[in-house]
Design a protein. Structure first.
Length: 76
């Protein structure tokens, strides 16, 4: 079952309220996405910690409803 872009954005915003998010559907199949997420919460966090914060906001949907998500994080 695919996860729509708007649902992904909603989940990330719930976990990272100040996030600016740009998501692209890489294959046109609603299963393979690329996301660029900017947030002040990423300040002083390593890239690994930033990505963990994003994954946590997805509430276990990564690997289930959300098949593939390439993440780029940036400090806002």
């Amino acid at each position: 079952m695919a996860l729509p872009i708007e649902e992904i954005k909603k989940l990330i915003i719930a976990g990272i309220p100040d996030a600016s998010i740009e998501i692209k559907d890489l294959m046109g199949d609603s299963n393979h996405y690329s996301a660029t997420i900017k947030s002040s919460k990423f300040n002083n966090l390593s890239k690994i910690e930033q990505h963990k914060l994003v994954y946590k906001s997805l509430k276990g949907k990564m690997g289930n409803e959300l098949h593939a998500l390439s993440i780029t994080t940036e400090v806002k």
